[in-house]
Design a protein around this ligand. Sequence first.
Ligand code: ADP
Ligand code: MG
Length: 529
Amino acid sequence: MSVIDNEKYTAISPAEFFLRYREIAGFANPARALYQAVRELVENALDATDAHGILPSIKVVIRKADPIQDFYKVTVEDNGIGLPPHIVPEAFGRVLFSSKYVLRQTRGMFGLGVKVAALYAQMTTGKPIEVITSKPNLKFIYYFKLRIDVHKNEPVVLEKGSWRKTRNWHGTVVSLTLEGDWSRARSKILEYIARTAVATPYANIVLVTPDNEIVYYERVVNKLPKPPKEVKPHPHGIDLETLKKIINSTSYKTVYDLLVKNFQSIGEVTAKAVLKQAEIPSSINPKKLGETELLRLVETMKNYKKYKPPKADALSPLSSEIIVAGLKRMYNPEFVEAVTRRPSTYHGYPFIVEVGIAYGGNTPLSDKDKPVLLRYANKIPLLYDEGSDVITSVVKEDIAWSNYLVELPAPILVLVHICSTKVPFKGVGKESIADVPEVRREVKLGILEVARRLRRYLAKKIKEEEIRKKIVSIAKYIPEVVRALTIISDGPGVSREELEEKLVNIIVARTGLSSTDIKRVIDSVEIGA
Ligand code: ADP
Ligand code: MG
C-alpha cells in the first residue's frame, strides 16, 4: 500500500483566519452579517461614549447601496471620544488591535468586531471602510478610506484628509458597504436596537432603515452608569503566559515588588506569604526566574486562599434606576423593579449580576415554560442562542414561577445583565453565556430577589381583587334592602341615607372592609341599576 504524503504547510494571518471562519464572529450569511455589522458599530459607538462619561447620541443609517445587488451601506455616527488620527488605520485595519485589552468592562473585548465587518464588506462588495473622526481637544476632523491587506493583516490607506472644525464636534462616523439581506435581518435589527434602548435609556438612538422608516428612542434619563476603571489583574486569574508578560513589561527589580505593585489584592503580608509558600526569595529579580520557579509561583498564586476578592471598580453595572427607567419606557408595566447584586467572582474575575422584572402593562405575553427574557452581557443585548444560555436554564429550571404567583404564560419579562471584565461567552460572536456555577448562582439569587417583590405585589393585587369581589357581592344588595326597609318602616322615621349609613356600618363591623370602598360600589351598583 502506498502512502500519500503531500502535506503542504503554510501560516495564515489573523485577518485571513477570520475571513475564512467569519461565522464564528457572527458573519455566517448576508442576513446575519448585516445584523452583526450594525451591532459591532453600535457597540463601538456606545463604548466610545458612556464609558467616558458622555451621554450617547447615536445615529444608525442603513441604505440600499446598489440598484440591483443586495448591497447595503451601514453608517453609524456617535458623539464619543473619537480616535487620534494616527491610530485610525490600525484600529480599523488590523485584526486583533484594540484599546480594550485591559481589565476594564467594555462591550468590545476581542479587537475583532469592526475588522471582521470590514473584511466581510471587502469580500462581498470590494468597498473600503470609511472613517471620520475627531477627538474633543483636536482642531481638525480626520477622514480615512481603508482596506485590510488580508495576507499581511495590515491596513492599507486608500485616501485620507482633514478639515478644520467649525463647531466643537467630537465623535466618529464609520461606514461599511456590505452584501446583506435586509428583509431577513430587519426584525432582528429592530429588536437589537429596541433592546439596546432598554439598557441605555440615557442614550438618544436613531435608526433610519432602507425602507426609510425612522425609529427614534429619545433619552429618558440623564444619568450614566458609573464608568469602569482600569484595574490590575487579580492573582486568582493568573496563568504562566500572563505572568511572563507582566514580568517582561515590569520595571520592578524584585519579585516581591512585582507582586505588590502589579497585582490587586496583594499587600506586603500576602506577598511574603505567597513567596514563602512558593519557596521563592523575595529579593530575586523576576526576570531571573526560571520556568519551574515561574510555574511554582503561578500555582501558588492561583491556589492561595486568603486574598481579598477582586475589586469591582473595573465594572460598570447599569444600576437599578436605569434598568427600571428602560423597562418603563419600553413596556409601561404595572410592576417593575430591579436589583444590582453585590460583586462576586469566578476564576479571579469580578462580575455583577443585575435583574429587572416587568409585569403587566405592555409587557409581551410569555411562553408557557418561562417569562420573556432580555439577556445582556456588558450592556450588550444577546438575541441569538437563547436556548444554550445559562440565564435561560436558570429561569426555566431553577425557579418555580408559580411559587411567585405567576401562572405562565403571563405578561412577564425578566431582564438579566451580567457584567464582568471577562464575560464567559460561548463564542466570539458574543451571543450566549456559559454555565459557570458562580454566575449561575448569582443569576438565580438576583431573579429570586426581584421575584419575591413581584410576589408581594401580586399577592396584594389578588387580595384587593378578592376584597373588591366581596364588596360587590355584599353591597349590591344594599340599595335593595334600603328600599325594602323604607317601604316597611313607611313614614318619616329614618331617612334612606341614614339606613344606608347604618347598613354600611354593619358591613364594616362584620367584614373589616372600608366604608369608602363599599360606598363606591353602592354608587356604581345604583348607577348601573
Ligand atoms: P474592540 O471593540 O473589541 O476593541 P473593534 O475592532 O471593534 O474591537 O475596535 C477596535 C478599536 O477601535 C477599539 O478598541 C477602539 O479603540 C477603536 N474604535 C472603534 N470604533 C470606535 C468609535 N466609534 N469611537 C472611538 N474608538 C473606536
Ligand atoms: Mg468592537
